[in-house]
Write a protein of this length. Structure first.
Length: 222
């Protein structure tokens, strides 16, 4: 069970048990009323939370201090000091009694299984871990015959006969493309095309000049 001890203040030395939410303040109707002029009417509240306790400030005027620092809500641990006004509270948790702890340990020891020696009704024998079976080596096979013990050398693969390329046909000499019939055909076709272009251009110019001349003559004739 948790409790509070007033270390300093108007009610120094007072012990308060925590059995539920406890409001501390200067007002007489709160859970724990203290005669402290610096404390608010409803200053702080000790709340049970998560298996423990927490201190909550109720918007007091001077604030709530936990170990010297101002807090709004904080979990408490044994030995923490909470300052409300001029009053310092020390938070403590009641430890379980030594007798109950010892009896609980004895109950746990008695619940453990105990091995007894076979054929004996006296004190239990110490439990020992089973000894693993001894691994026997596998039987070594008899000596192999020389033919099986000695590996035979592998025969090298037979070399493939070299393949010789034979060219039975006559060897053709390198023929220059410039001296072939194809080259002359290209030159001839090019010359013909150039001649046709010039001829068409010349004919066109003649036709245009003739048309201009006829036009002038028609204009001069009355």
């Amino acid at each position: 069970m948790a409790f509070l001890i007033i270390e300093s203040g108007p009610e120094q030395g007072r012990k308060v048990d925590l059995r539920g939410p406890l409001v501390v303040g200067r007002q007489a109707k709160v859970g724990l009323s203290i005669k402290d002029v610096k404390a608010s009417r409803e200053h702080s509240r000790f709340d049970p939370a998560s298996g423990g306790w927490a201190i909550v400030d109720l918007q007091s005027t001077n604030g709530t201090l936990l170990n010297g620092r101002k807090v709004e809500r904080e979990f408490l641990k044994a030995g923490d000091r909470v300052t409300i006004g001029q009053t310092v509270f020390r938070f403590e948790d009641a430890d379980p009694s030594p007798e109950s702890t010892t009896s609980a340990m004895k109950d746990q020891e008695s619940a453990l299984p105990v091995a007894r020696a076979p054929g004996s009704m006296g004190a239990p024998a110490a439990m020992s871990s089973p000894t693993p079976p001894t691994m026997r080596p596998a039987a070594i096979p008899a000596a192999l015959p020389p033919s099986a013990a000695t590996p035979r050398p592998m025969a090298a693969p037979a070399a493939e006969p070299a393949v010789t390329e034979r060219n039975t046909g006559p060897k053709l000499r390198y023929q220059d493309q410039r001296s072939g019939p194809g080259f002359f055909a290209i030159v001839l076709c090019t010359a013909i095309l150039v001649g046709l272009v010039f001829a068409a251009r010349w004919l066109g110019q003649r036709a245009i000049a003739k048309a201009i001349l006829e036009r002038k003559q028609e204009q001069k004739t009355p």
